[in-house]
Design a binder for this molecule. Structure first.
Ligand code: SF4
Length: 213
């Protein structure tokens, strides 16, 4: 009855069986997508089977499966392209490495003539630093000798130092006396300054005595 009622000349009963079995190939082979979902088959069905709902669900499943297949194919193509690209990059790297190795071997086997001359001049270059180091040392010694003051100059310098230190000692002793008089808490500081200045004065005097002895 359903087959007779179908305006698309389909076989609704077979479509129903394959839809229940989710047999997509046979559904498509029986032209499921020609069904216009008019409902005539369901209308005449003595068992009141909701045929159109089965067909609609089967169409959805088939479309979903097709979409998934397209996505999977696309992902597979991308993966294969990516893999091929990496392999290609690796091949290029390996080729470059091999070229470098070969060039290095060639350079080792046939060193350029310039290298030999460089090697010869290398010993000269090594000698140069020693001579330059000797020059530097000689210059430093000359500067040190120039800096070395004459005994007369040293004596004059020490005498100036002694005079200045004596002045500083007088000032320090005055400050210490004032601190003691005012019972200031800086007595210890001034006392240390006086003692330090006395020591420096004594050292300068000793040096001067040694110089003039
Ligand atoms: S619903 Fe589809 S199978 Fe049923 S009668 Fe209409 S066209 Fe034919």
């Amino acid at each position: 009855m359903c087959a007779e009622a179908c305006p698309a000349s389909l076989l609704p009963q077979q479509l129903f069986w394959y839809a229940q079995a989710q047999d997509h190939e046979r559904l498509e082979a029986h032209n499921l997508f020609d069904c216009i979902e008019c409902g005539a088959c369901s209308y005449v069905c003595p068992s009141n089977i909701p045929l159109v709902q089965y067909y609609r669900a089967a169409k959805g499943e088939i479309r979903h499966a097709q979409d998934e297949k397209v996505k999977a194919d696309h992902a597979r193509e991308r993966f294969e392209f990516h893999k091929e690209r990496i392999e290609q990059a690796e091949r290029e790297k390996e080729e470059k490495r091999a070229a470098r190795r070969e060039a290095a071997l060639k350079a080792k086997a046939n060193p350029p003539a310039a290298d030999k001359t460089d090697g010869a001049s290398g010993s000269k270059a090594e000698a140069k630093p020693s001579s330059s180091a000797a020059d530097i040392i000689a210059a430093a010694q000359a500067r040190a000798a120039a800096k070395q003051a004459s005994p007369e100059d040293q004596q004059a310098k020490l005498e100036r130092t002694i005079a200045a230190t004596e002045q500083r000692l007088i000032v320090a002793e005055e400050k210490l006396a004032e601190a003691i008089a005012s019972d200031s808490d800086k007595q210890a500081v001034f006392s240390a300054a006086v003692e330090n200045t006395r020591q420096k004065l004594q050292q300068s005097k000793t040096k001067l005595a040694e110089l003039t002895a």
